[in-house]
Design a binder for this molecule. Sequence first.
Ligand code: H79
Length: 437
Amino acid sequence: MKNVCMKKQSILFGLLLCFATTSLAQPHYQPSEANLKARSEFQDSKLGVFLHWGLYSMLATGEWTMTNNNLNYKEYAKLAGGFYPSKFDAAKWVAAIKASGAKYICFTTRHHEGFSMFDTRYSDYNIIKATPFKRDIVKELADECAKQGIKLHFYYSHLDWGREDYPWGRTGRGTGRPDPKGNWPSYYQFMNNQLTELLTKYGSVGAIWFDGWWDQNPDFNWQLPAQYELIHRLQPACLIGNNHHRTPFEGEDIQIFERDLPGENASGLSGQDVSPLPLETCETMNGMWGYKITDANYKSAQTLIHYLVKAAGKNANLLMNIGPQPDGELPEVAVQRLREMGAWMADYGETIQGTRGGMIPPHDWGVTTQKGDTLYVHILNLQDKALFLPITERKVKKATLFKDKSPLRFTRSKEGILLELKAVPTDIDCVVELTLG
Ligand code: H79
């Protein structure tokens, strides 16, 4: 009797515990229909352009100069008084970027230096109040993007090297702020106020791109769920990405990689697992995100196109960075690269945009992308006229050279097909189109 009673009690206790944990647990994030649609459009778009622009462009040594050189936050803020990018023309920027075939722009509304490139009520350290320029750069860009039909994403730094209320993290410790403790509730409220402005005053925002989570210890409570909830409440279709170098957290809509293709970790920032969310990797055109006057080491158009194609083969987007000059112009070489990529995209864009990573995983010779029954074989590196493709699940009905639609011969075996090219490929990307049965 005693035993039965104890058993009953433990079952009851177990049930209660189960009930308590489920009712206390956060409800799971359910992306809205609009959000799911936005994710799929994001994946279709494949190429975006990242713009890192802030006061740091004037120092012309990249966006980390403030912390790298331990610049005092009050001295640094004086840069704003001289920020007058007289040649800034949003229409010109957007047109140059669109010409590359890119479908979205990601702009640094506020980077780690803490300066707001938009009109904000919540800090006077902004483009309208603190500079003689007095033009809302984010607004001009947003209007122009809407006009020219390209999406706009907002980079937003979680860390801040100049605000007294931001609790000191691993970086920005030498900028002279008085109290390492800061004031987290004040800073958190400030960020949410600014995010509310960004999501209510600038039309539809394609994504919020967070960066800086890694500045604090991993157990620091950033209160992300409530922040993410705020964003999705204001704009359900807005995608949330966070460059925390971890697998995505609850409430995020895309997974971000920095300077590495998903699953690769050459830069040391990308050891995290690849999630099923839409993927994006960002990379610089030269070697720096913000404008660096001595860095003329731009990647060739071929290298950039190969990076884009390899990203697509891994089912990821490429967010390609440019650091605008302090005079408001994009560096000339960057504009040239946008043009070169655009010329390639005009011919080959459909083998990338609107596709997903193909059924054949990446190989040394290249990658595949796929749209329905069409498999695009992107041959990037092959010193041979023959290429074996391990396709066993589907029947290959037809093979053509994408650029001139000429038929290609192939032979079938149990292991796949052997494709016969007319010559050893020399194109930047020799694309073969396979029709699958
Ligand atoms: O905005 C651009 C850069 O300014 C920013 N992200 C791109 C998109 C960036 N910040 N840091 N990095 C890139 C490199 C990251 C270095 C880290 Fe660390 C290594 C972060 C964590 C380990 C340095 C060392 C910062 C904390 C410890």
